[in-house]
Design a protein around this ligand. Structure first.
Ligand code: ADP
Length: 443
């Protein structure tokens, strides 16, 4: 059941995870691309630096490697560079004129447009010539004292063609964009899925809450209407004595008691939902505790012509919240009395089973159909609504019982009693973990 607000919430969740994904992809793309382009140029830049040091040190150092070189120019041109065929060097005089035009041959036509920018000395740059050739360049100012006097005092523009790198980079860019696009589309699907996944428990508890409020309102309305009717009726009889209207007054009174119990139960369940209950677990001698708890009910049972008995308990110690277990027994004994006939017996017993203990409340009443056994723990669920109303039930008792058992990290189950009736068997750990942060809510 989703309404506008929930849809808007789901939409917001979708948008935020989608934006999150997009930001991550874009950042990832940029980082990978920047790192890749840098790596691409590293070896080129290295070549340019090698060439620069070769030029600045002059031919002396190079000679041992190529002793038969005939012309010093050739040595400089081809020997020092790691990629001699891709590296070109322009020699400028300080006025910006290219001096090695003849060596450049046919390349000169393309390179002649280059001008000398003295401020770029020592800087690695990427330039484009003739609209299609890409070069990485390093401008070097040769000191006058340079050992190779042919270039002393001149400027060298060492250039290496980087068209292959550019091509690799652009195809890499294409692959990157396609991959990112595909993942971006995928992220739409994942965002939809994530927003649904996140909304599911919210929707579920929202639905439960709406149901709960609806049921509660419904339950509150009936006694209120009855009280109102009775009061209005009494107003039409201003001269009657109380004794004349005793029945109406008694009905109004019992309905107001019903209201009180209902609000009490609703508050208990609200606390169970908000986990706001302060529990007080303490080591308890169970036999004595059960004895004390049951005593007042024995009289009530007797007044209804029923018998309530506690079977002998071998004493043991268990850690429990006495108020809550008291409330649990109250609910179970109250139900046992409500749903069993006059003259029947209700038995309470307790025993240790391994590291746990079991509390059983058995009656000789109507019994509960196997298919109802799970549902009776649901809020407001009653097997027979009209009969429950007569007995004063609101369908909240067992859901509170279930919550109390949960708080103690135990379980509660219904079984058949022999020869008839039902048994509510509560199994609780002797030493429940008391860091009570676990799941307290109703299932
Ligand atoms: P209620 O206030 O109506 O008793 P509960 O949550 O305590 O609400 O119980 C839910 C339903 O389970 C009851 O309406 C009743 O139909 C059934 N039930 C509970 N305890 C017993 C029992 N001891 N014997 C038979 N039916 C029972």
């Amino acid at each position: 059941m989703s309404n506008k607000a929930n849809r808007a919430q789901q939409w917001r969740l979708f948008i935020s995870s989608f934006v999150g994904f997009s930001i991550i992809f874009v950042l990832l793309g940029i980082i990978v691309f920047v790192l890749f382009s840098r790596a691409m140029l590293t070896s080129t830049d290295q070549t340019l630096r090698v060439e620069r040091s070769a030029r600045l040190n002059g031919p002396k150092q190079q000679k041992p490697f190529m002793p038969n070189t005939s012309t010093p120019h050739k040595t400089q041109q081809f020997k020092a560079s790691a990629h001699p065929f891709m590296t070109t060097t322009l020699i400028f005089n300080p006025r910006g004129k290219i001096l090695n035009r003849t060596q450049l041959g046919s390349r000169y036509d393309q390179l002649k447009s280059l001008t000398l920018d003295k401020s770029a000395v020592g800087r690695l740059q990427t330039i484009r010539i003739g609209g299609k050739y890409n070069f990485r360049t390093l401008l070097v100012k040769v000191p006058k004292s340079n050992s190779d006097q042919t270039i002393a005092g001149k400027y060298l523009l060492i250039m290496e063609n980087i068209d292959p790198q550019k091509a690799a980079m652009s195809s890499f860019k294409k692959v990157m964009l396609i991959t990112m696009g595909v993942f971006w589309l995928l992220s739409i699907l994942i965002s939809v899925w994530l927003s649904r996944l996140t909304m599911r428990p919210i929707l579920r508890s929202w639905q439960r809450q709406t149901e709960f409020v609806g049921n509660a309102a419904h339950e509150l309305r009936t006694p209120l209407t009855i009280i109102q009717n009775k009061l209005e009726f009494l107003l039409t009889k201003p001269n009657d004595r109380i004794i004349d209207q005793a029945e109406n007054i008694a009905i109004a009174n019992s309905e107001s008691q019903r209201l009180q119990k209902l609000t009490h139960d609703l508050l208990a369940l609200d606390r169970s939902d908000s986990n706001s209950l302060q529990t007080n677990f303490e080591a308890t001698q169970v036999a004595g505790f059960l004895q004390r708890t049951i005593e007042p009910y024995t009289e009530i049972a007797a007044s209804q012509g029923k018998q309530l008995q506690l079977l002998p308990v071998t004493d043991f110690r268990a850690v429990l919240d006495q108020d809550l277990i008291h409330q649990l027994m109250n609910i179970l004994i109250d139900n046992a009395m409500k749903y069993s006939p006059n003259g029947s017996t209700i038995t309470v017993s307790a025993k240790v089973v391994g590291r746990k203990w079991q509390l059983t409340v058995a009656d000789q009443g109507l019994g509960i159909d196997p298919q109802e056994r799970q549902r009776i723990f649901d809020r407001f669920y009653r097997v027979d609504t009209s009969r429950s109303r007569q007995t004063g039930g609101n369908g909240l008792g067992l859901s509170i019982a279930h919550w109390i058992v949960d708080l103690h990290h135990g379980t509660i189950a219904v079984k058949d009693n022999q020869p008839r009736g039902s048994q509510f068997v509560t199994t609780l750990p002797l030493n429940p973990p008391t860091g009570m942060s676990g799941h307290h809510g109703k299932k």
